[in-house]
Design a protein around this ligand. Structure first.
Ligand code: ADP
Ligand code: MG
Length: 330
């Protein structure tokens, strides 16, 4: 049976698994537009990411992992703002209608959508090279969103989880990295445990909501710590000092890369989707308590200073100015 655009929407997208009902969504898929009703005291927080095949994921990746990654990276932007996911729309361009592919893609989406109570409420479908545009909508009580611009001198810089894992996973998949051409896996180490870190990012939504009111500035780490921290620094008008010995690495990443390469992967690797938070000294303990509550590793890696850009205190104690070498698209 040849599927029409409408069959695809009805059978695979407008399903109770993916397009489930929840408070705040008055009308989902089916009409000319969805209807959202945010509570009066909340702001609607909106973000969109486009993922193109061969650029944001390997073109031969499985449909369910592409889907989990596409929704995950969008939800990570909401986490950076301390917003609670509400719903999302999907702009999908596919080269051909392949029932099996769409079913797996929808399954991947619904896994993440269910986990974050964030249903699909509409979108568009077209033929063309594989590309996925997702727009997420979230809610945050008025005045409680975390912006990039609030960092103050003397604040601590904290990061969740471990860094550099996604870069190691990409190398393990055999893809050329935009990083140093010397970035090579140590032959004896197995990067397999890190594949999920690349394909299925864990947006730190619950923790971010648990830290509302405690954080001066935040960003999610999509392009490497250096590039993303630099966005906070530019928006806030300060610089930062980072200590290499404090940077959090997974044991797998440590087994896969040399110390020097590990630093590269962390600073410039990207795709980790952890959070970088800037917190004043008097509220730091409470942020660590929130991390503990959600069983999330949290590490202090540096401090906001009145300097230019980012300085790195290397393992040998020397101080070096580091230049951002994050992924540049054009
Ligand atoms: P229109 O031509 O008025 O834009 P469409 O035929 O594109 O309407 O869409 C019909 C309904 O299906 C709408 O509610 C729309 O939001 C939904 N829809 C279309 N494509 C998608 C998609 N990729 N994901 C989710 N919902 C979709
Ligand atoms: Mg349309």
């Amino acid at each position: 049976m040849a599927y029409s655009e409408f069959d695809i929407i009805k059978n695979f997208l407008a399903t109770s698994d993916l397009s489930f009902s929840r408070g705040g969504v008055e009308l989902g898929i089916g009409d000319d537009a969805a209807i959202i009703k945010p509570p009066l005291d909340q702001n609607l927080v909106v973000s969109l990411d486009v993922l193109a095949s061969g650029v944001h994921f390997p073109s031969d990746a499985e449909p369910d992992v592409i889907a989990r990654r596409a929704l995950g990276v969008n939800l990570s932007d909401l986490a950076a703002m301390a917003a609670d996911p509400l719903c999302f729309t999907l702009g999908l361009t596919i080269p051909e209608i392949n029932e099996n592919w769409i079913q797996q893609f929808a399954d991947g989406l619904s896994t993440v959508a269910r986990k974050f109570n964030c249903p699909l409420v509409g979108g568009d479908l077209s033929s063309g090279p594989l590309q996925i545009a997702i727009q997420v909508h979230g809610l945050v009580p008025e005045g409680q969103a975390t912006l990039r611009s609030g960092a103050q001198i003397g604040d601590s810089i904290l990061v969740t989880g471990t860094l550099g894992d996604a870069a190691v996973a990409l190398l393990g998949l055999g893809y050329q990295s935009h990083l140093d051409s010397n970035l090579e896996l140590l032959g004896w180490a197995d990067p397999q445990p890190l594949f999920e870190r690349y394909f299925s990012p864990s947006p730190r939504v619950e923790f971010a909501i648990g830290c509302r009111g405690l954080v001066n500035a935040a960003i999610d780490i999509s392009d490497g710590l250096l590039s993303d921290l630099s966005h906070i620094l530019r928006a806030s008008g300060f610089g930062a000092e980072i200590e290499e010995v404090t940077l959090p690495f997974s044991t797998t990443a440590q087994a896969c890369l040399s110390e020097k390469m590990l630093l590269q992967a962390c600073l410039n690797g990207g795709d980790d989707y952890e959070l970088c938070l800037v917190v004043s000294q008097d509220l730091k303990d409470r942020v660590f308590q929130a991390a503990k509550k959600f069983d999330l590793p949290l590490t202090e890696v540096g401090i906001i200073k009145d300097v230019d850009g980012v300085r790195l205190k290397a393992r040998d104690g020397t101080m070096v100015a580091v230049k951002s070498d994050g992924y540049i698209h054009f």
